[in-house]
Design a protein around this ligand. Structure first.
Ligand SMILES: C[C@@H](C(=O)O)C(=O)SCCNC(=O)CCNC(=O)[C@H](O)C(C)(C)COP(=O)(O)OP(=O)(O)OC[C@H]1O[C@@H](n2cnc3c(N)ncnc32)[C@H](O)[C@@H]1OP(=O)(O)O
Length: 192
């Protein structure tokens, strides 16, 4: 859903400190947002949030990153709604997420059956809100980017692996895109 803000230049810059004048991305579309009305994606990819690795033995993997490589390794967090337990390894500019199956229907069970020693499971890319300037007026549209992404990707026949966004490991909405539609890589988009 689009929200419209009418603001003066100064307050726009104040509200959205990442924006410097002139506004870097300027597209024109009406207040009722639809991807039909926009030339490109209505959401904006940001940085790599994490690379996830599925592991058969979580404690062994934690010990490897902590004791052998000397990384900062977090606590094990069970996420039953995702069917996994996760551990984040802090790498400074990004993270690794160690994944281990939780429960009977874990979505990573099949992957670990095929890859007994574990392996790279998915990448997670941040998806930022995009702010639009309308017809040169100081009329800004804020897009709920995960819903915009869903709409845009469905039109482009990219399979989304859940009916709707779920809340991911960082408490933010996430969607997963089918690896066969993304060059063989399972892609998670996280709204930031
Ligand atoms: C907490 C949260 C967060 O970070 O915020 C998480 O990480 S949750 C992390 C866990 N959650 C998820 O992964 C949710 C989304 N994932 C899924 O829905 C599933 O894992 C699928 C991606 C659909 C795969 O499921 P499953 O292994 O049962 O399907 P499948 O055996 O039929 O696989 C279909 C084809 O995709 C390939 N395939 C399966 N998993 C893959 C992966 N991770 N990367 C690349 N390719 C993969 C298989 O080898 C197979 O290819 P061939 O046909 O060529 O043999």
């Amino acid at each position: 859903m689009a929200r419209v803000l009418k603001v003066a230049t100064a307050s726009a810059v104040g509200l959205f400190p990442r924006l410097q004048t002139p506004v870097p991305t300027v597209r024109t579309f009406s207040t009722s947002l639809s991807s039909h009305q926009v030339a490109g994606p209505v959401w904006n990819l940001g940085q790599l949030n994490h690379v996830a690795v599925a592991v058969p033995d979580l404690e062994k993997a934690k010990a490897f990153y902590k004791n052998v490589l000397g990384a900062q390794v977090g606590e094990t967090v069970p996420l039953p709604e995702h069917g996994v337990s996760v551990v984040f390894v802090n790498l400074g500019n990004t993270k690794m997420e160690l994944l281990h199956p939780l429960g009977n229907d874990s979505p990573i069970a099949g992957f670990l059956q095929k890859n007994k020693a574990g392996g790279m499971h998915h990448i997670c890319i941040e998806s930022r809100r995009m702010i639009f300037q309308d017809r040169g007026e100081l009329l800004f549209h804020q897009v709920d980017n995960i819903n915009a992404a869903v709409m845009d990707l469905k039109e482009k026949k990219i399979r989304i692996l859940s009916e709707e966004a779920k809340i991911g490991a960082h408490g933010k909405p996430v969607i997963f895109l089918h690896p066969k539609d993304c060059g063989g890589v399972l892609v998670e988009l996280e709204q930031v």
